[in-house]
Design a protein around this ligand. Structure first.
Ligand code: AKG
Ligand code: FE2
Length: 257
């Protein structure tokens, strides 16, 4: 990878040059989203290698025949090219259905459509924007995924890297919320009203729409940011051109508590 430019201060990240070319970036958690421009096409094995700088990769997705590597999820607006509909179920973090959600997600655009952004929201800021009563209620909630690990996870918990409040959620893959889990007052709440409440709170926030350019490679702190694929990501190839994105995810080491 080539680092073309940065608006970050030198103290906020370190670059470790690799022996021949390229550099390893170590970044302070507070940036949460790193955008590398003009990277050309990074191969599947190379993307998996880059993901490996952040921990072990963990791949829970459906394998697509055109995926370039077992740890690279290939998403597209053309089912012949990659998995469709990915990230359109609702706002989420990746791996909310795992005992420990993925720590980082790496996204690389291969074929760039004329539109079809990935949308990101900062979860700590989202929580601090809430009215006191609403935040107090969210803090009493746990989410139960509708797939894989259905153990309860707190909706609001402390990010293991930053110590800031963050969220474990997926507004399209939650079976139910449980209020006051483990206490005498414990009760199950239907998922939909709370999913809509979370989405409304997000839409009231500054959301960053990443409009993809050729060569973009993103590294996201998946525990600090919610994201979704914008509706345009699913537009037909005849309208916006082919969209192919490669995603890799790093195994989480922290179960939200
Ligand atoms: O296609 C996108 O823009 C994002 C899809 C998504 O949510 C993901 O790959 O985790
Ligand atoms: Fe996602």
């Amino acid at each position: 990878m080539r680092v073309m430019y940065s608006h970050m201060s030198a103290a906020s990240y370190t670059l470790k040059p690799l022996p021949n070319f390229g550099a390893e970036v170590r970044y302070a958690c507070r940036h949460r989203l790193l955008i590398f421009r003009d990277q050309g096409i990074i191969s599947g094995p190379r993307q998996a290698e880059i993901g490996g700088w952040f921990g072990d990769l963990e791949s829970t997705f459906r394998k697509h025949p055109r995926s370039p590597h077992p740890d690279v999820f290939r998403v597209s607006n053309d089912p012949a090219e990659g998995c469709i509909g990915v990230g359109r179920e609702g706002w989420h973090i990746d791996g909310s259905f795992q005992p420990a959600p993925f720590s980082h997600s790496l996204y690389h655009i291969i074929d760039v459509p004329s539109r079809g952004a990935t949308r990101f929201v900062a979860l700590t800021e989202l929580l601090s924007s809430l009215p006191v009563d609403q935040l107090a209620h969210w803090r009493r909630l746990s989410m139960r995924s509708d797939r894989r690990d259905q153990a309860l996870k707190p909706l609001v918990y402390v990010h293991p890297g930053t110590g800031h409040p963050t969220m474990c959620f997926h507004t399209g893959m939650t079976a139910a919320y449980v209020e006051d889990a483990g206490s005498e007052r414990e009760r199950t709440l239907p998922a939909q009203p709370l999913n809509r409440e979370i989405e409304a709170a997000i839409e009231a926030q500054p959301v960053y729409d990443h409009c993809w350019r050729a060569g973009d490679f993103l590294i996201a702190d998946n525990l600090a940011l919610g994201h979704e694929a914008s509706p345009d990501t699913q537009c037909p190839v005849s309208e916006v051109g082919l969209r192919v994105m490669h995603r890799s995810t790093v195994k989480g080491t922290h179960a939200p508590t």
